[in-house]
Write a protein that binds this ligand. Structure first.
Ligand code: AGP
Length: 608
């Protein structure tokens, strides 16, 4: 995923573009560049590395002009390098393009363009778009862009400028997010509102196969035939400071510590004063929901782990079969989808290509899709029959934390809502569950106040070459998520396993060089976890246990224990994950890694 920003107005474009890219850096950060138009010419500055490197370059290579484009890259085609960094130019040097997405037929297009005499300089797919637009340019930039995107297969969010038409920016979108920001005497394009929140909260979301032609005083939204389309103007609710660290060393630390307030917000959104559960703009009718016989959850990464917790929730509360699939598997598996199925798609960004593709595959069977998503107006929300927003605020750190517990809390409320509708749970259980969930934010705060003890444990274990995370029942997904958190920011091999599976293979891994994280909170399977702990100790495994306050038994044979407040087992995933998020965070920080922008990763994977 890459970051795109464009500016046209009366101000100097470069400071606006550079700051916008800084706010987008979480989307991709292996190279970056800016192009402006000044005195009828394009001027470009590009570099390998971070936005800080680009800012240093811009001190030496000063670009002038009131219109320009900026891009920060997560490489798909071609290594991170200056020549592969965006923006890309056509041969004439008059047309410049920034792009997020993948041009799947770029090789064919490239061969064709080379036969027409184009000199292709980079290894990227994007440069092909610049030459294609140039070949089709007959004095109208938006017409040339329209012609070019019709020849392009794949996904794109494009920003295009031309020195022959310096008063406009043309944008086009298919499968990769793009918004237009509306200012006074200035307008913007961006791949994410975080880039432009300093300047405007009024945005228009482009839909797939739509274009925008913006000048400093006008915005025209067009379809791919060039016809004007009317679009709603959305007002962004969160503030620029929501995308700042606010005193924390990293966004990940801030977002871990935001979880109690996020869950409190969800509780206030989902639970009425009469203690009933409701969702804003929820338009799946009760008659359909009462008939649902089967739930299919589609998600990726951390959202997939939340989906696995959702399986336990839905099967326990509703007693109907619930499957959970990676989007990347579901889309190609030729899935069997029975009638009266409900698909639940879970995604923080709402732009994950595999999840979107899974949903599109499911919709071929005419099933209803409910999405649980954190980003207003994202692609997934527009392709779903109904949406429940998680209200977690912008999640900037690549490692997902507050979105995870927000998704799980939302799944609890959805499960209770459906159970009430279908009379599969008693009113007293439902009221008791709501009461327990209302206590979770306070209990999370209690764990967060114990961060220094968790940091001390991290310090003792950061040299281990590999970690194994073990969990059972509704905390098996917690083990998977804890392992993902560690591996993606500390690069230490870590795997999550159902503890009951230890004897079927993983126990061979145990020795004094392996750290084993055991999720052993109070549970009906606690004694089984104790057996796993004993088996691990017998083979000199180094154990870090998550246990419930008051548990004295584990203290008899374990030293490294992180306690969580007592909570009913069915709600414990909202607590057991907190120590694991902090453990991963501290290990990565102590190892000196860039926690918020881990190598090879991007915040939202909008390509296959
Ligand atoms: C989680 O820490 C990762 N950043 C990644 O696995 C992420 O959860 C996955 O890409 C799904 O993203 P989404 O929730 O935006 O769809």
């Amino acid at each position: 995923m890459c970051g795109i920003i464009g500016y046209i107005g009366s101000k100097d474009a470069v400071p606006i573009l550079a700051q916008g890219l800084k706010n987008l850096e979480y989307r991709g950060y292996d190279s970056a560049g800016i192009v402006t138009i000044y005195k009828g010419k394009l001027a470009t500055a590009k570099c390998k590395g971070r936005i800080a490197d680009l800012k240093s370059l811009l001190k030496k290579k000063v670009l002038r002009g009131n219109v320009g484009l900026g891009h920060t890259r997560w490489a798909t085609h071609g290594v991170p390098s200056v020549v592969n960094a965006h923006p890309h130019l056509d041969c004439s040097g008059k047309i410049s393009v920034v792009h997020n997405g993948i041009i799947e037929n770029f090789q064919d297009l490239k061969e064709n363009l080379k036969k027409q005499g184009c000199k292709i300089k980079s290894q990227t797919d994007t440069e092909v778009a610049a030459h294609l637009i140039s070949k089709l340019y007959k004095g109208n930039l938006e017409a040339a862009v329209r012609g070019a995107v019709k020849k392009i297969k794949g996904s794109f969010a494009l920003g295009v400028i031309s020195s022959d038409e310096p008063g406009k920016i043309v944008a086009a979108r298919r499968d990769s997010p793009l918004v237009v920001g509306l200012g006074s005497g200035e307008n913007f394009i961006a791949s994410d509102v975080a880039a432009i929140l300093n300047y405007t909260k009024q945005v228009i979301y482009l839909e797939d196969n739509q274009m925008a032609v913006i000048t400093k005083d006008s915005v025209n939204m067009l379809d791919m035939r060039g016809n004007k389309v009317n679009k709603d103007i959305n007002t962004i609710s969160y503030r620029q400071e929501d995308v700042q660290k606010r005193g924390f060393s990293h966004f990940m630390a801030k977002e871990i510590h935001e979880q109690p307030q996020v869950l409190s917000r969800i509780i206030s959104c989902c639970v009425s004063r009469q203690n009933t559960i409701r969702f804003k703009d929820f338009n799946l009718d009760s008659s359909f929901l009462k008939k649902v016989e089967n739930i299919i959850i589609i998600a990726c990464g951390t959202a997939y782990h939340a989906g696995l917790v959702g399986k336990y929730i839905m099967e326990s509360f509703l007693r109907i079969p619930t499957s959970v699939d990676y989007g990347s598997e579901f889309r190609y598996r030729k899935p069997v989808i029975r009638k009266n199925s409900l698909v639940i798609a879970i995604s923080q960004s709402g732009e994950t290509a595999d999840t979107l593709a899974g949903v599109r595959e499911a919709k071929k069977s005419k099933v209803r899709v409910l999405s649980i998503c954190n980003v207003l107006g994202s692609s997934l929300t527009r392709e779903s029959d109904s949406v429940i927003y998680t209200h977690a605020g912008p999640e900037i750190s690549v490692a997902s934390t507050k979105a995870y517990t927000a998704q799980i809390m939302t799944l609890y409320f959805l499960g209770l809502y459906l159970a009430n509708l279908r009379n599969s749970l008693s009113k007293s259980y439902i009221n008791g569950a709501i009461a327990s969930l209302k206590k979770v934010p306070t209990k999370q705060r209690e764990i967060l106040q114990n961060s220094s003890a968790i940091k001390a444990i991290a310090k003792k274990h950061l040299h281990f070459g590999a970690f194994l995370y073990l969990g059972r029942n509704i905390n098996f997904p917690t083990a998977l998520e804890g392992a993902l958190k560690l591996k993606e920011i500390s690069y230490i091999p870590a795997e999550g396993y159902a503890a009951g599976e230890m004897k079927h293979g993983p126990i061979a891994l145990i020795d004094e060089y392996r750290a084993v994280v055991c999720i052993a909170n109070n549970s009906f399977v606690f004694d089984k976890m104790v057996s796993n702990i004993q088996e691990t100790l017998a083979r000199k495994g180094k154990i870090i246990a998550i246990a419930t306050q008051g548990n004295k038994q584990l203290r008899e044979y374990l030293k490294e224990i992180i306690f969580i407040p007592p909570i009913e087992e069915e709600f414990s995933p909202l607590l057991t994950i907190i120590p694991l998020q902090l453990l991963a965070y501290y290990i990565a920080v102590l190892k000196g890694y860039d926690v918020d922008k881990p190598r090879n990763l991007a915040k939202s994977v909008t390509v296959e």
